[in-house]
Write a protein that binds this ligand. Structure first.
Ligand code: BDR
Ligand code: CA
Length: 311
């Protein structure tokens, strides 16, 4: 199995990613779920992570709340996509059955990685604030992190013409993480926009009769609508779920090892991931960038994961 820490800001696609990771087809051992300010403020993201734990049956997984704002920049949220709660759409349990642990996410990440045999994979699906802070606070974790499989960036933007939301929200943190030397696999918009949930997806998944799949279908309905309204897309890209799908079956994705730099000073390009697809910089590659996914196999895996909850 693969031990993972899911560092997230749930968030519809983050929630779906957790549900995939917790499914019976997943070989992932979830060591912890850590939260960060992103889609909404960290308190609401934490509450949502706890709710998703209840829904996915993750009773024993600790949830630790993390950074409430980016390293340097003012906080920015994505309520127009995720709604007021951050997880608008399905009926949400009011009071989650467990509480967040009494430890900051950054300390939790440091402790878990330091206590490990170097086998923990970090899976960030929100801004990279917690991961960067953990690396600053305890640099000894850097060689002990197995790898980082993250959602962020791409060769175009969704928050600005150049930048994707997760990287844009805290580009200083992203720069620290991308320059850390830890092996990174990046799921940016190029590939996550191919993981596009549509009405057809909703119809297909609605055939599964289980509270978990009902919850996901209700998330998708809301998420498809806001992505249509705000971005004019033909559906809702379930960005974050690509990370977990990759960890379950890497052969679904087409990945290339290239150099990626994080822009933190550009007037128009702050938060851009400068992906050297064509190798024009002659810089040593530092990131595995996912470019393509196999549509058919991606949704088959997704459907199998949801069905696995029924027994
Ligand atoms: C990313 O931003 C968030 O809104 C989503 O959860 C995803 O992680 C996509 O740009
Ligand atoms: Ca996210």
């Amino acid at each position: 199995h693969t031990s993972v820490i899911l560092d997230c800001d749930p968030g519809h696609d983050d929630a779906i990613s957790i549900i995939l990771a917790a499914s019976k087809i997943s070989p992932l051992e979830i060591e912890a779920i850590t939260t960060v300010a992103g889609n909404v403020d960290v308190e609401r993201n934490t509450l949502n992570a706890l709710r998703v734990c209840d829904i996915a049956g993750l009773t024993d997984v600790p949830v630790a709340q993390g950074s409430s704002k980016p390293l340097l920049k003012k906080m920015e949220v994505a309520e127009e996509i995720h709604g007021e709660t951050g997880l608008e759409g399905p009926a949400l349990p009011d009071e989650p059955s467990k509480q967040a642990v009494d430890q900051h996410a950054v300390d939790m990440i440091i402790d878990k990685v330091m206590a490990s045999d170097g086998d923990i994979t970090l899976v960030p699906t929100g801004p990279l604030t917690n991961i960067a802070l953990a690396m600053i606070r305890e640099p000894a974790i850097i060689p002990k992190i197995n790898k980082i499989v993250l959602m962020g960036g791409g060769t175009f933007g969704n928050w600005t013409p150049a930048a994707e939301f997760n990287i844009y929200v805290d580009a200083e943190a992203a720069k620290i993480v991308f320059e850390s030397g830890v092996p990174i696999t990046m799921f940016g918009l190029d590939v996550t926009h191919q993981a596009l949930a549509t009405q057809e997806t909703v119809n297909r998944l609605s055939a599964i009769d289980h509270p978990v799949s009902h919850f996901v279908v209700d998330l998708l309905k809301f998420f498809i609508r806001t992505n249509q309204d705000v971005f004019g897309m033909d559906g809702g890209p379930i960005h974050d779920a690509c990370t977990v799908a990759y960890l379950i079956d890497p052969s679904i994705f087409d990945v290339h090892y290239v150099h990626v730099a994080i822009e933190t000073r550009g007037e128009f390009t702050y938060g851009m991931t400068c992906v050297d697809t064509r190798g024009v910089t002659n810089r040593e590659p530092n990131v595995n960038v996912a470019y393509q996914l196999d549509h058919h196999r991606f949704w088959n895996l997704f459907e199998k994961a949801l069905k696995s909850y029924s027994g």
